[in-house]
Design a protein around this ligand. Sequence first.
Ligand code: ATP
Length: 285
Amino acid sequence: MNILEISNLSVRFGDFYAVKGLTLNVRRGEILGLLGPNGSGKTTTIRAIFGMVPYEGEIRNYATSVGWMPQNSPLYLNLSVEENLRFFASLYGIEDERRVEEMLKLVQLERYRKRLVKNLSGGMRQRAMLACAMLHDPELLVLDEPTAGVDPPLRVSFWEQFEKLREEGKTILVTTHYMDEAERCERLVLIRNGSKIAEGTPEEIKRRACGDRLLLEVDDALAASRILSDYRSWINGKVVVEVDDAASEAPKIIEMLSRAGVKVFRVEIRRCTLEEAFMRLMEHA
Ligand SMILES: Nc1ncnc2c1ncn2[C@@H]1O[C@H](COP(=O)(O)OP(=O)(O)OP(=O)(O)O)[C@@H](O)[C@H]1O
């Protein structure tokens, strides 16, 4: 079931299309990663979701509450962290002071509660923004590069938090440039020049971009590569065979070799990294 449906979305600035005919669905309970190079239209898509830019197409939002962590800080620079949180809590009609405390703890800003936002480091500011976006416990959380400027240990803790939210049934739409973060998403939508060029789980995207490789340890590599002449294969210590889908091809290949008397000791599946997959998809789109 979808929580957000974007159909044929286009956003134009003058003659320039920042987003062009983009269709994507966010399924309830998933973490969907929106990926693309700088200027590919991720932030503009998110701004359209919140009605911040005029657009063509259709956006259907079925969430009862949405939290948004934008790229540009909406925080008040001359208020402290705590005052900002209280202010945003009041906008949501949250009277329970414990929620502010909970959020401060969650983003590990208790010690800095009295610090003015203008005096926070970039990473601390991101943390304060995340706390504000989550104050009202939204069903759908939209995060635009939430970990930009956040140090690695805290990045990990942000993602642990996102995964915990998902376990609680929340949905997250997130943009990121970090491949390790993209790997943690259930599904990814890759955009370039405002249009979608790929969609799927990280594994599906890798397979689609680069195919699979089977690494075969055999007793006679030369004979094996001759038998597998219908495939692209080479010998590199092991016999390396390129296939579209390892799960369906591996048993066939093993049987072919066994029938021809080649002993297969070990089979390993290799897939390219997400980064390699993206480079390929970008080149060929
Ligand atoms: N208000 C605007 N007026 C004119 N052009 C704009 C406006 N907002 C965005 N753009 C352009 O639209 C394109 C998409 O920008 P957008 O910020 O959506 O990219 P992005 O994918 O979020 O990039 P990044 O990864 O750098 O955050 C860019 O070329 C940008 O310069």
